[in-house]
Ligand binder design. Sequence first.
Ligand code: FE2
Length: 374
Amino acid sequence: MQTEVHTNTTTNTDTFPIKGTDYLEFYVGNAKQAAIYYQATFGFKWTAYRGPETGHKETVSYVLEQGKVRFVLTSALHPEHEVARHVAEHGDGVRVLALWVDDARKSFESAVERGAKPALEPHSLSDKDGAVRMSAIHTYGETIHMLVERTDYKGVFLPGYEPRNNDFPIQPVGLKYVDHCVGNVDLGDMNRWVKFYQDVLGFKLLITFDDKDIATEYTALMSKVVSNGNGYIKFPINEPAKGLKKSQIEEYLDFYRGAGVQHIALATDDILFTVDTLRNHGVDFLYVPDNYYEDVLERVGTIDEDIEDLKRLNILVDRDDDGYLLQIFTKPVQDRPTVFYEIIQRKGAKSFGKGNFKALFEAIEREQEVRGTL
Ligand code: FE2
């Protein structure tokens, strides 16, 4: 058995309606400096802030936006704070995958009734701009899903945050929305978390990749992709598989000290512009050797882009029954080899670039080798 595409698992009623990704919150060691990184490299705009200056004494949070992508970078001001403990244990990483829902109480209650572990009871936050209702449930590792209900809230982000900007000269790179967020879980846990998304959040199983699909000479992993009713939310879940050497998933789990978000795929309508600009801004990408481009057109057929441009920028391409996609992966964006980004442009394709897995994992192995963790 290799890849399986599941088509008959959709239920007609979406038992857990989600309108989209609301935000991703990272717990980091130095939010002030991380905010500058995302402005200078990815071209995010700083839009909101919460901290001592706004009456919040425990943590500082910077809100950054581009297209529909919204990141929150949070650091602790005291070593005893939970955010400081999280950073000490995991390094900089994703704590919150926030989902935009119609009813934060109902969604929370139905999830908990079906087995979700509560992280935050439903409550309302309000300020002069209105109210937002929020609740949260746990998912893999220490990651949580915040459920955010925004009825007529007119403020910049959430109650307690104030609008902010600066004169930093940003150049947006054309990021539109979060395409998918990938989680790495421990060996043997993938099916448990797939079942969690199916049973608790009413997601459907989209695709299964086994260790024959995702293996190089040395290392292997398995992956299943779950998606919500309207398809806006896609969560691939990876677990390591047995190989001759240490899988990249094991390396992640070692350094992150457990399960967590591995990569965030950000969508663009013009990947040539996006990657060219990111490279000019100093973003490091995984390197795939030139021979990848020798037979790529035989594999994927005719594409709109000039193959020389793809080669120059080291962008990968893959095709499925619905069209093709272009993608590239950054190196980890913090000191530990944990979280990284994918930039993706979909031209019809609904899949995840299976044809690139081998080239990609060999690229990661070369990085592991340099780190001494293969
Ligand atoms: Fe991906």
